[in-house]
Design a protein around this ligand. Sequence first.
Ligand code: NAP
Length: 474
Amino acid sequence: MRNLKKLVLPSSGERITFDNGIPVVPNNPIVPFIRGDGTGVDIWPATQKVLDAAIKKSYGNERKINWFKVYAGDEACEVYGTYNYLPQDTVEAIKYFGIAIKGPLTTPVGGGIRSLNVALRQIFDLYSCVRPCKYYSGTPSPHKKPEDLDIVVYRENTEDIYMGIEWAAKDEIGINLINYLNNSVIPSSKNLNNRTIPSNCGIGIKPVSKKGSQRHIRKAIEHAKRLLGNKRHVTLVHKGNIMKFTEGAFRDWGYELAINEFRNDCITERESWILDNLNNCQNISIENNARLIEPGFDKLTEDKKDIICQEIKKVISTISESHGNNKWKKMILIDDRIADSIFQQIQTRPQEYSILATLNLNGDYLSDAAAAIVGGLGMAPGANIGDKAAIFEATHGTAPKHAGLNKINPGSVILSGVMMLEFFGWNEAAQLITNGISRSIKEKKVTYDLARLMEPKVEALSCSDFAKSIIDNF
Ligand code: NAP
């Protein structure tokens, strides 16, 4: 690690390393933390107390986090000077230690950084944003049965319309681009017929690559491998019916990855349907099997019939032995849903879903919608994960009007800490904290944001007292 100008390393502890994207965690890791702006002054100390207490109770002196204070946001400007929102020291420290946990950060005004959160994701290539949405009994929710929702949204973090490649309607470069598209590109693309982009349009580019999609979906499938029962399920969310070569390609590359890399662990929804409806009697022809599997088979064109027969033959020859006779039910089910349909289904049939792998924009919407069902952003944690680093963070902002009042809900950062402990494989400590949160909420010992929604109304705890109540309830 390069010389750090203003940071003080903890006196002991070791570094987390990564082996092919998998963290190798010592018993005494050094973990850089960014306190956060605004309410970070309240949330961070509460979070640190809860995490330390859970580790101590679970492992005694055998395991310990050595906290390493690093700076970003307003606090960084105080220490490193004006507009120094993300000092090189901080970047070096996170790069070297491979991990960080952070409170919320103010989006800088001036200084050339669009968003600190986006900058951190880009610098460390944290390509998967992971947002679990799980209900804690007693949390006020607008939903009738919020306990049925227990999902993890895997949102791709680096591509899609979020790359910010866009031009305003009046930008001359944008106008030139539209002219070029209208006069040259569209006329020579047969499938676009004679479409024309109207003048005075803002315009944005939506890049989606196979590499970017597959490395992200791989993380989602690896997560599903660690789950049990019908939670071993990854749904590819897309709007491929409209955006065939970006969103549709994301779906196709997802299936391709599942089949090529995870063949022994995965089955697609279509394959499971074929296996379940296959008549294995030797004397039933492929064509008769196709009649069982595909309703309306006889009305199809010969070409389509042939495609279906080939598909059935392939399933029989490749996976009927390994995945048939219900063996697939223990494997990871891969299916896909159109984005608008999944918004309905997490409301109407939430128990059917587990991991939702999405592109950037869909994941942004979907993770907040899912968080609302289970009680809002105050209880929604997040992590941004790549192959060489991971940053765990609050999903809400700095809520400046509540800063320093010891009032705000620390739940989001505490639960991000739970995700970090699970990432370490320190599941006992993680479980203690989720138990503590559940029991506190059941006892209606909560901060103002949840207290005001409870019926009948309850007295709110302060931020630090909520943390204490979680610890008392381990
Ligand atoms: P915000 O900070 O998320 O606050 C909006 C409202 O959400 C608060 O007034 C509060 O509502 C509620 N809230 C936020 N955090 C809460 C918590 N921990 N517990 C309970 N309720 C909470 O959004 P903002 O005011 O739009 O943004 C402020 C700054 O944060 C901006 O600079 C923004 O760019 C930045 N930001 C940072 C992140 C991040 O670092 N990940 C994310 C989003 C925004 P009530 O007052 O009604 O109780």
